[in-house]
Write a new protein. Structure first.
Length: 47
């Protein structure tokens, strides 16, 4: 089962890749790379 976390702070954009990922901080104090829907190569880039 996948654990759910909530992004609480946008830290910085990552300048690599066409899907425009970003570094975000979550409510569990972890840092995650987030890919936004609608960016770059479409929904398949999110997998």
């Amino acid at each position: 089962m996948l654990r759910t976390v909530t992004a609480t702070r946008y830290v910085t954009p990552l300048r690599e890749g066409g899907s425009l990922p970003a570094l975000v901080e979550a409510d569990d104090d972890g840092l995650y790379v987030l890919k936004f829907r609608g960016a770059g190569q479409g929904p398949l880039a999110l997998v």
